[in-house]
Ligand binder design. Sequence first.
Ligand SMILES: [Fe+2]
Length: 269
Amino acid sequence: MIDLHSHILPGCDDGAVDLAAALAMARVAVSDGTRILACTPHILPGLYRNDTVGIEHRVKVLRQALSDEAIDLRLVVGADVHIAPDLLQKLTDKVVPTLNGTRYFLLEPPHHVVPPNFNAFVERLIDAGYIPVVTHPERLTWVAKHYDLIEAVGRAGALMQITAGSLTGQFGTQAKALADRMLEEGRIDLIASDAHNVSGRSPVLSAAYSIVEEKVGAETARNLFVETPARILRNADIRAVGMDVAQSVKREAETKSRTSRFWRMLQGR
Ligand SMILES: [Fe+2]
């Protein structure tokens, strides 16, 4: 599997506290079946001031440590990028890294507040040639009441990344209900661990993989945990699944309204 969201880099955010913790996370990831892991520390102005140069350096150091310890895990550069007004400029200036230097990057909306003009913000990034991968929409507390915003940014072409632990119920009933709904509606592009440690938030994907396989089949599971992450790392073209769901849901709604108009006509109403 390929895990595109982790806080494994030591000492630069609320993830691994030191090198020993990072190595422990790497061992758990490998034994769970992960072969490639993106190092994606938070970038949040005023709190986590990570940038491309710093992250690249830390990844290099961790790669060497993995090699010294004979841990067979390939690391790639990334970041968990919080929404900020100057984000597009920072991407253009390469101060904020994308995933493995591609057009794809992790975009983390605020957890408890609806981001103003979210759709327009995402469209501007896409128009500029970047593809946001929206991180864990199912865990954002405002999404239950504003699901239409997630539909809209999916329709605009943003990818949706769900946290593996949401499907196993680790983040509570609301996150699980939203993750299940998005899975059933085919609105998920990829699943990642968003690991921070080896206890509560570990880099384990296999349990969620089994759930996905059972609910929607082996092909979708492979797409969400292997194929789409691999395409992202190759910078290949990806059509966001939300673009097509939106169309089919719209078509269904139109058919329903046409049918009910027809019956009303027949009944002389
Ligand atoms: Fe994260």
